[in-house]
Design a protein around this ligand. Structure first.
Ligand SMILES: [Zn+2]
Ligand SMILES: [Zn+2]
Length: 126
């Protein structure tokens, strides 16, 4: 089968989008998978719904529906950090108090850690 310039890649999953699956996101303007044929198989990579105000169809891809804040995954509270380090939370508090692990204390006294610092700390313990 010849590849034509018409073959488009989904902005969400990166796979080719068949004609019956083409949809364009209203937010980012990129193409994504949206199965518009109940009789054909296909996984959706976004949604479509009716805007009650304008009674028009609204399209949005999963990337825009579920934005992942960058870097937030790398910030851990004491419980998560202790789990990652494999030590009791109390021991982690102690290590933080002794300055053995980089941390940040919020205004409310909560200890926050960065994933990389915890991994460094674990390495240093070995
Ligand atoms: Zn897709
Ligand atoms: Zn989008």
């Amino acid at each position: 089968m010849a590849q034509t310039a018409e073959t488009k890649a989904c902005s969400v999953c990166g796979l080719a989008v068949a004609v019956h699956m083409e949809a364009w996101c209203n937010a980012c303007g990129l193409i994504y998978h949206l199965n518009q044929r109940a009789d054909l198989p296909g996984e959706d990579c976004g949604q479509v719904w009716i805007n009650e105000e304008h009674l028009g169809l609204e399209f949005a891809c999963n990337t825009c529906l579920n934005p992942v804040p960058e870097g937030l995954d790398d910030v851990l509270d004491a419980g998560e950090a202790a789990l990652l380090a494999g030590i009791p939370e109390g021991a982690l508090h102690e290590a933080a108090g002794l300055g053995q692990v980089r941390h940040r204390r919020t205004g409310s006294g909560t200890l926050l850690f960065r994933r990389g610092d915890i991994l460094d700390f674990v390495q240093g313990q070995r």
